[in-house]
Design a protein around this ligand. Structure first.
Ligand code: FAD
Length: 315
């Protein structure tokens, strides 16, 4: 049996697709093909898919909401797993707080709405954050007004480790920092986690989420095909050395005159210069994206002597 046949036999007849174009699963709508593609709808699906890839010794790539992935290759080798494992479960109900289990494929949009409805505070500042809990933990996704990470209320998590074994870790394990969690080094998969949420008045939580959304709409392109901030902001040392008013990479890109500039369908947003937008919204050419990224880096390097580093995950 070949790899496709083994994957299909293990994961379900007709559930493993070969050479599947991923553009509709990536919010930047880049055209790239998965050698093999599988959608996991349950925890069992997810564990089986990863373990099977490991057993076959083929690479696997997780996709949550696909909202922080920039595809620059025409083909992604191995198994691409789209994670739809969605579960939100109350596991402890105390007077002051609730503890909930949130699965990796649960979308942040739904989570914010559900937790506000219940009067559980902790995720209200992430209204409008695209993607899933798995991606948010991997990226350590944040909101900056006020500063708050999706991971802040995390107490413990279940991970699938390199040998395919499930293990439970506490929050400290992740070494969370700006745009960083240890999963980026260990390549373990976040399966689900327990979060402690403070009980609050739903009306107050709703108001806070509303404020986030208003600020988002004013400062970020809205309703566009994009994968969020493309480059990491520069360090405080570089900002001070160059006497810049901000550490924002968007500011540097704006200063080199690249706002509104583009290659093919990919254009730098006029609203926020750190956002690349696929104006075609359909199957953007990866070569165009690569060319635009190259031009941005060259211009910023020539003017400021700074090498921009991607915040998005490049596959
Ligand atoms: C319009 C827009 C606005 C945005 N605003 C913000 C913002 O305010 N703040 C912010 O921080 N980000 C922002 N982002 C970026 C992005 O939405 C977040 O980083 C989001 O949390 C990523 O989640 P995802 O499920 O889409 O991850 P994906 O893009 O699917 O994946 C990102 C990475 O995580 C890995 N991954 C996914 N699931 C798992 C898992 N279960 N275990 C291990 N690894 C996994 C993937 O393999 C990939 O390497 C924005 C993006 C867009 C398009």
């Amino acid at each position: 049996m070949n790899t496709h046949e083994i994957l299909s036999e293990t994961l379900g007849k007709d559930r493993v697709l070969a050479d599947k174009n991923l553009f509709s699963y990536l919010t930047l709508r880049t055209s790239t093909v998965a050698e093999y593609f599988f959608e996991a709808h349950t925890k069992e699906d997810l564990l089986l898919a990863i373990r099977t890839a490991k057993k076959l010794n083929i690479p696997f790539t997780m996709i949550g909401g696909g909202s922080n992935i920039a595809a620059t290759k025409n083909k992604i080798p191995g198994l691409v797993i789209k994670n739809n494992y969605a579960n939100l479960e109350l596991i402890k109900d105390e007077k002051e707080y609730a503890e909930v289990l949130v699965s990796s494929g649960y979308t942040i949009t739904l989570l914010v709405n559900k937790t506000i409805e219940k009067g559980w505070g902790g995720f209200e500042h992430h209204e409008g954050l695209p993607g899933t809990m798995g991606g948010a933990i991997y990226m350590n996704s944040k909101w900056t007004h006020p500063w708050s990470y999706v991971s802040d209320p995390l107490i413990s998590a279940n991970l699938l480790d390199a040998s395919g074994e499930l293990k439970t870790v506490t929050r400290d394990y992740f070494n969370f920092a700006y745009d960083y969690s240890i999963l980026q080094k260990t390549h373990e998969v976040f399966i689900d986690g327990v979060f402690r949420l403070e009980k609050k008045d739903p009306a107050i939580l709703k108001e806070q989420s509303h404020e986030t959304m208003l600020y988002r709409r004013q400062t970020q392109p809205f309703g566009e095909a994009t994968c969020g901030c493309f480059f990491r902001n520069i360090s405080k040392e570089d900002q001070d050395r160059l006497q810049l008013p901000t550490s924002s990479s968007g500011y540097l890109i704006d200063q080199v005159g690249m706002k509104n500039k583009g290659v093919g369908a990919f254009v730098i947003s006029p609203v926020h210069a750190n956002f690349i937008i696929n104006t075609g919204k359909m199957e953007g050419n990866t070569a165009d994206l690569l060319q635009l990224v190259k031009e941005i880096k060259e211009k910023v390097s020539q003017k400021f002597g700074i090498q921009l580093v991607e915040e998005v995950v490049v596959v």
